[in-house]
Design a protein around this ligand. Structure first.
Ligand code: FAD
Ligand code: NAD
Length: 455
């Protein structure tokens, strides 16, 4: 990891912030990286800029540590604590990497160019342009799956980006304050204080868990008159939540949720979303209406518009609607000199940060080998092999679950000790010492003073 690089030493500072970036060397090939998430950053940390001119294009000028995003929706952790400016990453060790805060709107694999568009509100004279590449690394992630259902984008909150966490936080506190408004009708109070989460994957489960902690630890103290009316419901279409975990941990999670009075509706599929209620179909095919105050939508991923556009351009080779097809070397099928990593691909692995990180690291090693081969030195390029390090999830009340590979099998553990392990794993995986310091500080702050209940 980049790890313990502190702020303070002038030498380190000047290396991280060279007065000006070196111009690109015309003798080197140019690699453009699309994205500043897990896959892109893992690649950028390892790519050798002595071999290539490297340029990054992303609408987000920071890296986001997504595993702790659910904690930000309730103020256990502050948003800035899990963000790292992309320029810290690109300039680290005097690396010569250019960054453009912009969205890639089109990729033309034939002319080997990308079109980019400035995303800032304040635009200069030029806000759209086309850039050529020698190699392209597509790491644009995925977007929220809505199945095209009307009402989801209008009324539900997602949980993927910084602004989603802010939005959830605002909506939650709006619901609570409106429920406490003078002469509010009892059925309206019940609706406003009903928080519904759709999707029992890890995102939905972790959000429900954080919300429970916030209600129990803080809202009940500050809003005692509303305390017994708060309700959380998790709706999942499959027979259980967290299907990727062992059955033992699924049962443990469902038992913990029951103790925490989180209602879990399995075999229940959301069919319609309106402003104040959702309609679901239960296991017996009955349609039931569920009024809600806050609706959080966490039903997984689907390809971004850019990915779909690229797939349409090379449709003979791209036959899956679920993401870019790549070979074992991360090469995009049907597009020369183009690679893809992370959630934008459709591969046999789950779309996780763990997979994206390993793919980014692997791809940097492929580029290293390509550079050596070009110099006439023989270098074997081996296919990508994923090494699963285990799955972890927070389930509330200071408990976490973990499925970990052990010898040739797997061990499943859950409880408070696993929560301590969960915290230590995430802290050690954070990008910088600064991030670690801030997150530990936030944990201590919320323990000592409670979470901030202001909007
Ligand atoms: P991302 O990290 O999403 O990055 C995509 C990047 O592309 C972003 O910088 C985005 O701004 C940029 N981009 C988007 N469109 C364009 C465009 N048109 N042009 C250029 N750039 C673009 N995984 C785990 O392994 N463990 C966990 O505990 C875990 N927890 C999670 C918790 C939450 C709440 C969520 C939402 C996900 C979690 N995941 C976890 C999954 C993990 O975050 C993703 O698998 C991971 O982010 C994928 O990395 P990526 O680089 O493919 O995409
Ligand atoms: P997911 O795909 O894992 O789960 C979505 C769930 O929504 C599924 O169980 C699906 O059956 C359900 N669903 C879909 N449509 C529905 C409907 N109409 N009504 C009711 N339920 C419906 O999605 P996610 O939880 O957003 O996770 C996305 C990816 O990120 C996954 O690969 C996951 O492993 C990863 N992730 C990992 C962690 C972690 O490791 N702790 C945390 C968050 C996300």
């Amino acid at each position: 990891t980049v790890g313990a690089i502190g702020y303070g030493s002038y030498e380190i500072y000047s290396k991280r912030h060279p007065l000006e970036q070196q111009p690109f060397d015309p003798k080197k090939r140019t690699v453009i990286v699309l994205g500043s998430g897990w896959g892109a950053v893992s690649f950028l940390k390892s790519i050798n800029t002595d071999d290539y001119n490297v340029m990054v294009v992303s609408p987000r000028n920071y890296f986001l540590f997504t595993p702790l995003l659910p904690s930000c929706t309730v103020g256990t952790i502050e948003l800035r604590s899990i963000m790292e400016p992309i320029r810290f990453i690109t300039r680290h060790k005097s690396r010569n990497v250019k960054f453009y805060e912009s969205e890639c709107t089109d990729i033309d694999p034939e002319s080997k160019t990308i079109s980019i568009s400035d995303v800032s509100d304040i635009k200069g004279a030029v806000s759209n342009t086309t850039i050529p590449y020698d190699y392209l690394v597509v790491a644009v992630g995925a977007e929220n799956q809505t199945f095209g259902m009307a009402g989801v984008r209008e009324y539900a909150c997602f949980l993927k980006e910084i602004w989603d966490a802010q939005n959830i936080r605002t909506r939650l506190m709006d619901c609570v304050e409106s429920a406490g408004f003078a002469s509010q009708a009892p059925e309206e109070v019940d609706r406003l204080l009903h928080m519904v989460v759709v999707g029992g994957g890890p995102t939905g489960v972790e959000y429900a868990a954080e919300l429970h902690d916030f209600l129990k630890d803080d809202l009940e103290t500050w809003y005692p008159e509303l305390a017994d009316k708060f309700r959380i419901t998790l709706v999942e279409a499959l027979p259980s939540v967290l299907p990727m975990f062992s059955s033992q941990l699924i049962q443990y999670t469902e038992k913990t949720f029951k103790q925490n009075k989180i209602e879990v509706l399995t075999k229940t599929m959301v069919k319609e979303v309106a402003e104040k209620e959702i309609k679901v179909m239960d296991a017996n095919k009955n349609m039931i209406s569920i009024p809600y105050g806050l609706l959080v939508w966490a039903t997984g991923n689907c390809p971004r518009a850019l990915t779909r556009k690229l797939m349409a351009r090379i449709k003979n080779a791209q036959t899956s609607p679920r993401g870019l097809l790549v070979d074992d070397y991360m090469r995009v099928s049907g597009a020369p000199d183009m690679y893809a990593i992370g959630d934008c691909t459709f591969s046999k692995y789950a779309p996780t940060a763990q997979v994206a990180t390993q793919q980014g690291l692997y791809l940097a090693s492929v580029f290293e080998s390509l550079a050596r081969i070009e110099e006439g030195k023989s270098k074997k390029i081996t296919p990508f092999e994923y090494s699963h390090q285990g799955s972890l999830a927070y389930i509330g009340s200071d408990k976490a679950i973990a499925d970990l590979p052990f010898l040739n099998g797997n061990i499943s553990v859950g409880g408070v000790a696993t929560y301590v392990f969960w915290r230590s794993v995430y802290i050690s995986n954070m990008f910088s010492f600064r991030n670690r310091f801030l997150v530990v500080g936030d944990w201590m702050k919320s323990k000592v003073f409670g979470r901030d209940v202001s909007r």
